[in-house]
Design a protein around this ligand. Sequence first.
Ligand code: FPP
Length: 239
Amino acid sequence: MLKQHNVPRHVAIIMDGNGRWAERQGEARAFGHHSGATRVREVVETAGEMGVKFLTLYAFSEENWRRPDEEVNALFALLISYLKEEVERLHENGVRLKSIGNIDRLPIDCQEWLKHVEIRTADNQGLTLVLALSYGARSDMVRACQSIAMDVQRGLIIPSQIDEALIQSRLSTSILPEPDLLIRTSGEQRLSNFLLWEMAYTEFHFTNVHWPDFSKDDFAAALAVYSERERRFGGLISP
Ligand code: FPP
């Protein structure tokens, strides 16, 4: 696989289409998620090889809690298997794992595995893999507002000191650069409450491929398209 020029530093992915992919084959939705987990392994590897520094995967949204318990439980069981099976490989490949979202709401064993892998990989300097779990951008912004309001109430800051940098610093994504590229699979073209603040100037790439079919080549193709984009951030020339 060729290395691209102009590689996005931060790629965010909405991994969509697992359920439809499975149902089309007469299989249960969980089978689609299972195959999707294989694609996660591959994309993490490829992203690192291609020089991406941050990869944020929308693995479970706040709205996904509305799904039947059976599917929710299958997703968290899958996540635990992924963490158990991948922890040493991630570590050997220099990947650092982080999570964003309302992690306290996750099953306790899932929280423990996440913490374990985050600690194990904390000092790694390669790709930062961010799993968005029980994540919703609006509630993240609400939490940021509440934390700033508390500081105003305590007299630590005055309202005129509230600026974009302060709000950014209170989001769960404060340690991440803004995404350069968003990929959404399965033909849907919407943000679904993902990184709304952070994606003000992100380039979007939509593909009809369902996530369980999203190959290394599809990922490389998305990066190739991105590399030809001209980003002006509202100005006249690229910065
Ligand atoms: C969206 O497809 C996908 C999800 C809600 C879950 C994503 C989970 C994985 C890819 C596997 C596990 C993740 C990790 C990090 C190991 P959908 O179910 O909404 O599909 P549909 O739109 O076709 O119904």
